[in-house]
Design a protein around this ligand. Structure first.
Ligand code: SF4
Length: 239
């Protein structure tokens, strides 16, 4: 129950700030060199630095502090950061900001700047700073099935669109994995994702479709491939 608020009465009954550790980690630099100096490390729209967690098929996986405004290609390929593909295969897609974040195609992001506005311009987001990179051996459908399994597992079950919807999303992707999609399934899938996004009560359900929507835009051909066109006749009978 509020009040009292933490800013008035918190830890040891003293005024208390609850903030991200990453934000606190910026404070010593700002106190030592000043706010303007910190800001100048980044871009106009977002000053300073960002912690990124670079994982997947890059040589140098790890946690890095990058200046906002660093070119994405530098993060992926320079020896200072990712160092390029760890498998020798071309890098294919990137999942930004954790499970709730969007997916982009490496080929389509050649000029992308890693900053809040730069990512936004590409329809992407910085989010938590997680950057998962996958090479071209990974099917987008397989990857998204794992993402959907996470949301189905994490749904608390309080509201129906998320409790049932995340399961239906997972089932549909598993069907696609087996190449058993039917004509019209992509449209039905799209409607299902929209419903879960718009009708869920909290951020978990509302962001369960973000990776899928963005992947459908970046790799439409991979969704078309999972539709069994011969299934048309069966569908007509079923409907
Ligand atoms: S949207 Fe949020 S409240 Fe609703 S079931 Fe999912 S996790 Fe629970």
């Amino acid at each position: 129950m509020k009040p009292p608020h933490l800013a008035d009465v918190g830890l040891y009954l003293k005024p208390t700030l609850v903030n991200n550790v990453e934000s606190y980690a910026c404070v010593p630099y700002i106190l030592r060199y000043g706010g303007e100096a910190f800001k100048s490390l980044g871009t106009q729209d977002g000053g300073g630095t960002k912690l990124i967690c670079l994982t997947g098929h890059v040589k140098n996986r790890g946690l890095y502090e990058v200046n906002l405004g660093t070119p994405l290609q530098e993060i992926l390929y320079s020896e200072e950061y990712g160092g390029g593909s760890s498998t020798g295969r071309p890098l294919k897609f990137i999942h930004f900001g954790g499970q709730s974040g969007p997916i982009g195609s490496v080929d389509q992001l050649e000029d992308c700047i890693y900053s809040y506005d730069g990512m936004w311009d590409e329809g992407l987001s910085v989010g938590s700073g997680a950057i998962v990179v996958m090479d071209d051996s990974v099917s987008i459908i397989d990857y998204l099935t794992q993402v959907a399994a996470f949301f189905a597992h994490e749904s608390c079950g309080k509201c129906t669109p998320c409790r049932i919807g995340t399961l239906r999303i997972l089932e549909m992707l598993e069907k696609f994995q087996q190449g058993m999609g039917m004509p019209g399934d992509i449209e039905r899938f799209h409607a299902m994702l929209t419903h879960v996004t718009q009708l869920s009560a909290c951020g978990l359900g509302q962001s369960a479709s973000t990776a899928i929507f963005s992947a459908m835009q970046a790799f439409p051909e991979e969704f078309e491939q999972v539709i069994d066109t011969k299934a048309e006749k069966v569908q007509e009978v079923m409907w």
